[in-house]
Each structure stands twice: as structure tokens, then as C-alpha cells.
Design a protein. Structure first.
Lengths: 302, 470
């Protein structure tokens, strides 16, 4: 197969690279250029203004507020999602201990597996609308239950103290299912005899998880971390549909600032692109940091 | 060659591909400045054809597919083709006006008629400052299609032209006539023996009675609390006169802290303080709060006259919604109780670079004919800016009360336009302040402070074009 190797490689590589160039690289480059103009989006007139947009950004209180929320999402969503994902995946794959040898999940594993994956099948828009109704202050599922138990019934999305956390909870809820499956798949690649040995030594479930499973899953956890970090820096769709950043900007995120500046209440495409450029570098740095921080020696089974 | 080599080489190929992609990068802003031939289609002007429509020129119409649907527009288009049978009409309807049309504006190939409305509306300040809209002045001076002896301008309700004018140029044709007031169910009030209160003190007393009867006096859309800014500003204008609104529209310093606004904010704070708002309202959106109101969970709601058609599906039989003006603060009010906010709404525009500008204007003339307006009112149960076009049309209950309220208000009617000049100020900044105010987290002084701070930030923003009105 030595000759004829290049045509093959080219056939497979060129189309995706071309698509990537046209639909990913080129818009990015244009955004960089637009971010240095005062373009208002509905005419061909755009005057270069240098770094003015970025200077304005530094003093934009609404943007810093949105950034703070993204930072909170970044700190909370990946950790909670990964912990829950690992916990559920462990229980489904090796949680069962029915007093005999062999590694198996808890009772009803297949049912749980399907149920956890449900949110992944739904589109984000549907998830947002579904939860908006769950959080309905008077006729929602949540307050209905709380009311029946005689507990206080907050107005959730209508209260700046709770709105952001309500959206965050939905973000975790909608992501966990996918990571249960991802971690589950990675776990099934770990040789069973390791677990059998551990069980013979009498290790508890939590020790098994900490000392065996997580180290052997580290690569997967790292990938999950990066995906979730990027998702946390976005969160646009859920926020826009559930609260539109409110009340009083309490659940605002940087993606929504960008959208609102260009398509919402203003038409400042130049300034919005500057926000986009900042988002690009933030996401990039977070991804690089996550990769660096998570670097460990790779364990290969052979 | 092993796997690593392949990866390395493909990475190199990727690096080469990047500059190639850059070459592909046609710049988004780089449309030719002279491209787009505004008004390429020109016919000869005559008495029959005062706007100079080219008979066989195609016309492209983009409609916002919202509460009014698109059927009414198809009827208008049919009326247009009746007059110009050779003209091809390209009709489309969308809910996302800005996202769909933004590239076409940049390209210089916008449609001929755009119904710029809804949540995806394009900010008019941006469009006007970029000279993207055609001047509609010629339309106003053209004779009406079917009201003999009158120019189009003379067939419109008062204030209709001002709303779409920027620095004296009429750029936006607002087609509907919308009344903003406080709504209640005639049936509920008759059953309980309540009567709508004309003064604020009586209103508070009535709220007390309503609450005692186990119904929440008020509800509002917590997700869009700006709906509550309308009655507050209306109360202030009735107290202090129309200059309260002019000052706000012109971004005058401390316009939001005028005596009128202070009196109004203090008054409205009462319904928050005394717990006259349906609990949980802050967590409802406009549909949810309006539905709660239709279900009789609350007695009053603030909305525009589109409310009746928006709530059609969930309004119980015999509910009979009625619009009423905001209560007067006292006998010192500059405007009488009957004064109500009426304004032209539902904006239509002809882009400056549209190929068939004359056709667009002619299409508006068709819409503003008596026949066009009556058909609209019949189809979507909403008033138009055409005076007297409701004659002979049977109106639903709520719309009938709107017509009566307008008649009673007469020349005392008032309006403000800062929301058209500076969309962000109403949609984002005043909106957020209203949310805080009506959920009771801030008091009236802080509320006005927050509104003023928003207005000041717009005034200080050099990238926003400012407009003044008298």
C-alpha cells in the first residue's frame, strides 16, 4: 500500500479541511478584523477604530457581571457534572455487590442507563422550555411539590438570588447523562481482573473508585473537563431561553451580551465582535490550562 | 510511515490550509459601497400612478410571522397585484427578522418591504443612523387609494406620522394603532360588584377589596417587567403633562426624576408594599401572567391592545376584557382621567437599497387604503392608523372598548417614543429597573435612579445617534 497513499490521504483530508477553513477559520479571522471597527451591521460602512472596542470592554460593567457568572459556571458545572457522572457510571458498571465474585452494576442498571440518557436526546430548546415550566412559581412541578409539603415556594427564575443557580442546575442535569455513558464506556475498557483483585483484597466501593477507577479513567475525565469548561463559558441557549439574563442581569452570560449587542437591543456588530474575540481567547486559555493541569503519566494496559 | 507521521503531516497540511482559507475570506463588511441599486425600478409618474411604480417590477415582501400571522399580508399583496397584474410578488414570513435580513442589508440586496417587528426586530436607531431606510415622505403626499380627495397623510390618525419620523423624516410606517392601558374583566367586576377606580386612592381601596375577596389585584410579566413601566410613565404624564414624556425621549438630564415621575413611582410603590401583586408574578413571562389573569387569579394587568388577540385561545367565554386609562393621582393632574396612551405600532419599512422602492411605497398605499385597513382589522382584530377604517366592521368586545377609550381620550391622548429611538434603554435598562421595583427589592427613589442611570449611559454613548422631538 505504499504507492497510492497520498491520493487516499488527500481525498480524506481535503474536504473536511476545506469545510473547516470556510466555516470555522474564516469567520474567526473576520471577527478579529470586525472587532477593530465601529461597524453597525446594516451597511457596508465600517471605520477602523483600532482597539477602542476593547478599551470600552474594560469599563463595561454589564460585561464584567456576565463574565463573573461564566466564571461561577466554570468553577461549578464541570466539577459537579463529573462527580455525578463518575458516581452514576460506577454504580451502573460495578456498584453491584451481591456477595459473589464478578463485577456488575446495581439492580436495574439498564433502566437507569436509559433514563439518564433522556436529556441527551432532547434538544436544548426543549430542555429550557420544560424546565421553565417546572420552575413556574404557581403551577410548576417544583413549587407544587414544595407547596404540598408545606415548604416555602420561591419564584425561582424571577428572583435574582436564585435565577442563576436554577439555570446552572439545568445545565448539570442536561449534561450528566452523556458523561455517565462516556465514563461507562471507558470503564468497560478497564480489565475486569483488576477489579476482581481489588475485591479480593476487600476494598470498599469508594476506595475502588478513588484508587483504581479514576486513575485509569484520567484521560476521559480530562476530556470531559475540557468539554464542560467550554460549555460553561457558553451557556447561551439555556440562559437566553430561560431567563434572558434577568432578573436585573443576575443570570447574564458573556455569550448573551454578545448576541444582545449585535442582534438584540443594539446593532453594534463591531463591539459584539470584540466580545466574541475575548470569548475566543478565554475559551482557548481555559482549554489549554485544563489540558496542562490535568497532565499525568498515561497508563496503558498491555 | 507510522501513525505519528501521518498526524504530523496532516497538521502541516492544516497549517497550509489556513492561509488558503484566509484567501477565501470575503470580508463580511466589504460589500461594495456603491452596490445595491436603490430604486432600480422606476416607472413614469401619472395621476393614476403618483409614486411612479414600474408596472412589471417584482416586489419582495418580508412579514414578521407573529401574533398577526401572515394571511393579512397575502390579502394586501393580492390587492397590489389587482392593480399591477404584471408584478410578481415574492412573499415570505419569518420570526427572525434581524438574523434573516442582516446579511442582505450588508450585501445591498434587501427586500422591498420589511415588517420589522417582534423579538428579532432590528434596532431602528442602527438602521436610521446607517441610512438604510428609504424616505417615505412621498407616500404621505400621494392621494389616498380609495378615500376621495384626501392625501394619505390626511387619512391617518393623529400621531401616526410622528412615531415613524426621525429628525423630521418619515422613515417607518407604523401600521396598527395600539392603545396601552390597564385591563380587567367586565364579567368579573360585574359579578363582584366592583367598579373601575378613576383616582389612585380609590384604586388602592379597590385593590384592598379585591384582595379581601381572595383574588390578587395585580399581576405582571416578571420576565418582561417593562410592561409595568407603561402605567407608571402614563401616570406621570397625566400628572405632569406631556413634557414629562418629551424630556424622557430627548434624554434630558434627570428626566426620569421629574416631579411627575416621582409622584407616579411613589404611588405605584403602594401596590408592591401592600402586597397587591399575585405572588410569584416575578417568575412569570408575559404569556404566563396574562393566562393567570384570564383564569381570574388576578384582576388587573398592564398591556397594549394586542392583548385580546394574543389571549384568544385561553380567554373564557364571556370574559369581556376592557381597557381603561391609568387612575388620576389627584385633582391637580394636568390631563383628565380619560387621557390614554395611543400610538402607532407594527413597523413597516422600505430599505433604501431596495430595488423597487416605488413599489414598496405603493404597497404601503394599498395597506393604508380603506379597503386594506378594513380587511386587516377584520382579519386580526386590531386597529390601523387609518382614521375611521373600523366603520362597518364588527369588532370583538375588547377592541370595542379600545375604540371607546380612544374616543374618550380624544385630543388628550399622549405617547412617548424613547423605546423607538433607543431600544436598549427600554428593553434592557428600564426593564431591569422595573423588575427590581415591582418585586419590591428597591424603592421608588432607587427605581428612578436606576432608570436615570440607564438613560445617562445612552446619552453618554457616542456610538448611538441621538434624536430630538418637540
Amino acid at each position: 500500500m505504499r504507492h497510492g497513499k497520498y491520493p487516499l490521504i488527500i481525498t480524506f483530508l481535503v474536504p473536511p479541511l476545506l469545510l473547516y477553513g470556510v466555516f470555522v477559520v474564516s469567520p474567526y479571522l473576520q471577527a478579529f478584523q470586525i472587532s477593530t471597527t465601529d461597524w453597525l451591521g446594516y451597511s457596508a460602512d465600517a471605520n477602523p477604530v483600532g482597539l477602542d472596542n476593547f478599551r470600552t470592554l474594560l469599563h463595561d460593567g454589564y460585561l464584567w457581571n456576565a463574565l463573573k457568572n461564566n466564571a461561577l459556571l466554570l468553577a461549578v458545572v464541570p466539577v459537579v457534572t463529573i462527580i455525578l457522572g463518575l458516581f452514576f457510571a460506577t454504580m451502573l458498571n460495578m456498584g453491584g455487590r451481591r456477595g459473589r465474585a464478578g463485577v456488575s452494576g446495581v439492580r436495574g442498571t439498564s433502566v437507569y442507563r436509559t433514563v439518564y440518557f433522556f436529556p441527551q436526546v432532547l434538544s436544548v430548546v426543549i430542555i429550557a422550555l420544560l424546565w421553565k415550566e417546572v420552575y413556574h412559581p404557581n403551577s410548576g412541578l417544583l413549587n407544587g411539590t414544595l407547596g404540598a409539603l408545606g415548604l416555602p415556594t420561591p419564584s425561582w427564575l424571577g428572583d435574582p438570588r436564585t435565577a442563576f443557580w436554577c439555570v446552572l442546575a439545568v445545565m448539570v442535569w442536561s449534561n450528566v447523562g452523556f458523561y455517565v455513558v462516556l465514563f461507562g464506556a471507558a470503564m468497560s475498557a478497564i480489565p475486569r481482573d483488576i477489579y476482581e483483585a481489588v475485591m479480593l483484597d476487600g476494598a470498599s466501593r469508594s476506595v475502588t473508585l478513588r484508587k483504581i477507577t479514576i486513575p485509569l479513567l484520567w484521560d476521559t475525565v480530562q476530556v470531559a473537563w475540557i468539554y464542560l469548561a467550554i460549555a460553561a463559558l457558553d451557556a447561551f441557549v439555556l440562559v437566553q431561553l430561560m431567563t434572558n439574563g434577568g432578573p436585573n442581569f443576575s443570570s447574564d452570560v458573556i455569550g448573551l451580551r454578545m448576541y444582545d449587542t449585535a442582534f438584540g437591543s443594539e446593532t453594534k456588530f463591531g463591539y459584539a465582535s470584540a466580545i466574541g474575540v475575548v470569548m475566543f481567547f478565554l475559551t482557548l486559555s481555559v482549554a489549554v490550562l485544563a489540558l496542562r493541569a490535568g497532565r499525568r503519566d498515561r497508563i496503558e494496559y498491555s | 510511515m507510522n501513525r505519528r507521521d501521518i498526524l504530523r503531516r496532516s497538521a502541516a497540511a492544516g497549517l497550509l490550509a489556513t492561509p488558503a482559507a484566509a484567501l477565501l475570506t470575503g470580508c463580511a463588511t466589504g460589500g461594495d459601497k456603491d452596490s445595491g441599486d436603490g430604486g432600480a425600478y422606476q416607472g413614469t409618474k401619472s395621476e393614476q400612478n403618483p409614486l411612479g411604480v414600474k408596472e412589471d417590477a417584482p416586489l419582495e415582501v418580508v412579514i414578521f410571522n407573529g401574533g398577526f400571522g401572515e394571511e393579512y399580508a397575502k390579502a394586501h399583496e393580492a390587492m397590489y397585484t389587482e392593480r399591477y397584474p404584471k408584478a410578481q410578488i415574492k412573499h415570505s414570513a419569518t420570526q427572525e427578522i434581524s438574523k434573516t435580513l442582516q446579511p442582505r442589508f450588508v450585501d445591498g440586496t434587501p427586500p422591498d418591504v420589511v415588517n420589522n417587528s417582534g423579538a428579532g426586530q432590528i434596532d431602528f436607531n442602527g438602521l436610521v443612523s446607517q441610512k438604510a431606510l428609504a424616505d417615505l415622505g412621498e407616500l404621505l403626499d400621494a392621494p389616498s387609494l380609495d378615500i376621495p380627495g384626501k392625501k394619505v397623510r390626511e387619512t391617518l390618525l393623529p400621531g401616526a406620522v410622528e412615531v415613524g419620523s426621525y429628525d423630521g423624516r418619515y422613515l417607518v410606517m407604523n401600521y396598527t394603532y395600539t392603545v396601552y392601558g390597564i385591563w380587567h374583566s367586565t364579567k368579573l367586576f360585574a359579578d363582584k360588584g366592583w367598579e373601575y377606580a378613576k383616582t389612585w386612592d380609590e384604586h388602592i381601596a379597590l385593590c384592598k377589596k379585591i384582595k379581601a375577596a381572595g383574588i390578587a389585584p395585580w399581576t405582571y410579566a416578571g420576565a418582561h417587567p417593562r410592561y409595568m413601566s407603561w402605567p407608571v410613565i402614563s401616570t406621570a404624564i397625566k400628572f405632569g403633562g406631556p413634557q414629562v414624556a418629551t424630556a424622557i425621549d430627548n434624554l434630558e438630564p434627570n428626566a426620569w426624576k421629574s416631579d411627575g415621575m416621582k409622584a407616579a413611582a411613589d404611588a405605584w410603590h403602594q401596590i408592591v408594599k401592600d402586597g397587591y401583586i399575585l405572588s410569584g408574578s416575578s417568575g412569570l413571562d408575559h404569556k404566563q401572567s396574562q393566562t393567570a389573569w384570564c383564569q381570574g387569579k388576578a384582576a388587573f394587568i398592564s398591556c397594549g391592545s394586542w392583548l385580546e388577540s394574543e389571549q384568544k385561545a385561553v380567554t373564557p367565554e364571556g370574559f369581556n376584557m376592557t381597557v381603561a386609562p391609568t387612575p388620576s393621582l389627584g385633582s391637580g393632574d394636568k390631563l383628565p382621567f380619560a387621557a390614554i396612551r395611543g400610538t402607532a405600532g407594527e413597523p413597516f419599512m422600505v430599505p433604501a437599497k431596495a430595488k423597487n422602492v416605488a413599489g414598496g411605497l405603493e404597497y404601503f398605499r394599498t395597506m393604508l387604503s380603506k379597503k386594506g385597513a378594513q380587511d386587516f382589522t377584520r382579519k386580526v382584530a386590531s386597529l390601523t392608523v387609518v382614521a375611521g377604517a373600523t366603520e362597518g366592521v364588527e369588532l370583538p368586545y375588547g377592541l370595542n372598548t379600545v375604540v371607546k377609550a380612544l374616543e374618550a381620550s380624544g385630543s388628550n391622548g399622549f405617547n412617548w417614543v424613547y423605546n423607538n429611538y433607543y431600544r436598549k434603554l427600554e428593553r434592557n435598562l428600564v426593564d431591569a429597573a422595573c423588575g427590581e421595583f415591582f418585586s419590591g427589592r428597591i424603592g421608588p427613589a432607587e427605581f428612578l435612579d436606576q432608570c436615570q442611570k440607564g438613560a445617562d449611559s445612552i446619552a453618554a454613548d457616542t456610538s448611538v445617534t441621538k434624536y430630538k422631538r418637540a
